[in-house]
Structures are given as structure tokens and as C-alpha cells.
Design a protein around this ligand. Structure first.
Ligand code: HEM
Length: 179
């Protein structure tokens, strides 16, 4: 079952809004994480980490999973399919990887936020706080890959994609359809 152009565009708008919003949220998170390790103002440190935890829990986490879910739904409901084109498979893998990294980071973020909220010193947590910066910077770079793949949609069918194309009457080897 494939979507008609109207609902397909609506889903695409939602998908782009969520996934581009994710990039913006990671950028905001990165800015706070950098302030957290560079500022000498203890008051600012106390406000940065609870804000960082809120952005991670209430914005980044929902956006990672909603862009993933909408992307998968779109794949099934458009001629792209989920496993036919390498660019879609790569986006799926990257999004799953980013989701896993976010989930792994969550307890550390919560711990640092709780520690500052309890007025306990966080000097010993410098390594963890630095890891927030590194993961956010890495995440930003990694998330640009699906963005570029989506816009350029490089040709290249998977084995499954070739089989499906031949079954559906496609003939030209090496040329992927652009649905
Ligand atoms: C955070 C990661 C992602 C980003 C930044 C992203 C970005 C985008 C953008 C900008 C487009 C619009 C491209 C265009 O039509 O010109 C798009 C389309 C699309 N995305 Fe994603 N996406 C992400 C994750 C995913 C995932 C996980 C999947 C599924 C595995 C997926 C599947 C698709 C499909 C199938 C389209 C084309 C839909 C259509 O033609 O109607 N995306 N994506």
C-alpha cells in the first residue's frame, strides 16, 4: 500500500521538521555542554546541567525516536521501501546508532544534573561532563549524514532492492529508480 501525494507530503513535512529539529536540539545541547566545562561561574554550572538534562529528556530523546518511527513508516508507505536503497538503510542504521548513544548517555546526564541540584561538588565529574561535549559534537556531525543522504538520495540498490525491481519489471542494471 503506497501513500497518495497529499498524505505523503504531509508525512514528509513532519519527518523533515522532526529530523531537522533534532539537529537544532543537539546544537543547543552542545552549546550548553561547552558552557558547562568552560565557565568559571559556579552559578552558571548549577543552571546549565539541569537545562541540559531537560533538553536531552524532553527534546532530543523524543525527536530521535519520532524521526526514526516516521522515517520507517514513510519507507514502507512510499516506493523507497526500507531495505531497497542503500541511502535508506544507512539512515536507518545511523538513526538507530544515535538512539542507542542517547539512551546510554541519559543516566550520566541525569546523575550530573541531580548532583548539581543537590549542591554537591562536580569537579570529579569533569570526564563525564566532557563526554557530553564530545558525544554532542560527534552526534551533530553524524546526523548531518542522513541529512545529506536524504537530499542527494545517491543511487544504489541493495540485493533485495534489485530483486524487487526485477520482479516489478525493472530492467536497467545499475540504475536505481527515483520514485
Ligand atoms: C535524523 C535522521 C534523519 C534525517 C536528518 C532525515 C532527513 C530527511 C530529509 C531532509 C528528507 C527529505 C528529502 C527530500 O525529499 O528531498 C527525508 C526523507 C526521507 N527519509 Fe529521512 N531523515 C532521517 C531519518 C530517517 C530514517 C531513520 C528513515 C527510515 C529508515 C528515513 C526515511 C526517509 C524516507 C523514505 C524519505 C523519503 C520520503 C518520501 O519521498 O516521501 N529517514 N529525510
Amino acid at each position: 500500500m503506497l501513500l497518495r501525494p497529499g498524505p505523503r507530503k504531509l508525512l514528509l513535512v513532519l519527518h523533515v521538521a522532526l529530523s531537522v529539529g533534532l539537529l537544532g536540539a543537539v546544537a543547543a545541547y552542545l552549546a550548553l555542554a561547552i558552557v558547562g566545562v568552560t565557565t568559571g561561574d559556579p552559578q552558571l554550572v548549577r543552571s546549565v546541567y539541569p537545562a541540559l538534562a531537560l533538553i536531552a529528556r524532553l527534546v532530543i530523546l523524543p525527536l530521535v525516536f519520532s524521526s526514526l518511527v516516521i522515517g520507517v513508516v514513510q519507507s514502507f508507505l512510499t516506493p523507497w521501501g526500507l531495505f531497497r536503497h542503500w541511502w535508506v538503510v544507512a539512515k536507518l542504521a545511523i538513526n538507530l546508532f544515535v538512539a542507542a548513544v542517547v539512551l546510554v548517555q541519559m543516566p550520566g546526564i541525569g546523575f550530573v544534573a541531580d548532583t548539581v541540584a543537590s549542591n554537591l561538588p562536580i569537579d570529579t565529574l569533569f570526564g563525564v561532563r566532557m563526554s557530553f561535549v564530545i558525544h554532542a559534537a560527534g552526534g551533530l556531525v553524524v546526523l548531518l549524514i542522513p541529512m545529506v543522504l536524504s537530499v542527494y538520495k545517491p543511487r544504489g540498490l541493495t540485493r533485495y532492492g534489485w530483486r524487487k525491481q526485477i520482479e516489478q519489471g525493472g530492467t536497467m542494471p545499475g540504475i536505481a529508480p527515483n520514485p
